[in-house]
Write a protein that binds this ligand. Sequence first.
Ligand code: NAG
Length: 376
Amino acid sequence: MTFISAKSNQGFLIVMGWLGGFGTCLMFLQYMSRNCSSHPFIPYVAQDINPSDKISSNSDAAPTTPPAAQPEKPILLLWFLPENYKWDFSDCKTIYNIDGCHLTQDRSLYNQADAVLIFHKAISWDLSNLPPSPRPPFQKWIWFHVESPTNTKRIPGLENLFNLTLSYRRNADISVRNLLTVSKTPNKFELPKKDKLVCWFVSNTNPSTGTGTRMKYYEELSKHIKVNIYGNMAGSRLKDEEYYPTMASCKFYLSFENSIHKDYITEKFNGPLSVGTVPVVLGASRENYEQFAPGDSFIHVNDFPDASALAQHLLQLDKDDEAYRRYFDWRKHVSATPHLIMWNQEFITYICHACEYIGIHRAYKQAHNIYDWYFS
Ligand SMILES: *[C@@H]1O[C@H](CO)[C@@H](O)[C@H](O)[C@H]1NC(C)=O
């Protein structure tokens, strides 16, 4: 497990990708009581026995003392480049200070690669573009998938090929929901200047992707309150560098997920949280959101009987600065910063996470029935 959990009486859980894997346990202020476990969920049978050839004494169980001689860094082979987006692999070190592996795209290193990161969306239906057999006995394959089940092709034959999962799910081996950064000395928070009430950035309005629910809700909501829309739908796509500043200039942001699944809480939520805008969420249950962020940091559409009642609440908050500011009280204890280079390049951070993980975890592992786990 790469995430760290600290559970409170309210069930508030902070997921911190960065310390992922260190088994560190965070406690902060009154939100939480100490109740940490590095393996709170076991999605499939994991075998931490029978270490492979490559395992040194530097095992998962005792990461405390650094070995005298610098061991060779494990090789992480990126089999497909997600979305064909070229980037500088040294970003892991320069931006995120992650340097635990030798990250490469060079397939000629396949036989030496300790782990191969395989982007699900790029796998062909007949599996012909997967890495070749035989597969080196020490090598781990990582299933790299961050879409929701609704938008996932269930390619047959992948069920039992992998050793590790990388997903937004909290119980993935490499869980990449890095929402909030918790610092002992919280950063001073200054509310950004606001000149818009409600905003929504949306491009995918195709109902077949499961986005119908949010469109219906939006249509109802927009009868009662003005929604500033950006994206393909409005014919006003924001430039990458305008994305977060525009979001910050809105009091509320519609964090409507394209489909509703447990833990499927994306950048649409941590974006506004990070920049200082109140997310109005439609997606998983409030309870599930509260496992990722303080309950008073966002508004859930289910808090209201209908869209009209939600609109009344937002209009009310627009007139009541003090009440609006209360949505940022949590910042006294927790600070949030986007871990993203750009909103649409999240996968870079995911890959760096994988690098960090394989630099630390060497134990033998199999991921059984990934689909049973993922679609459950
Ligand atoms: C990886 O998983 C495969 C498929 O379950 C298994 O055959 C292999 O032994 C595992 N290897 C390691 C190094 O964990």
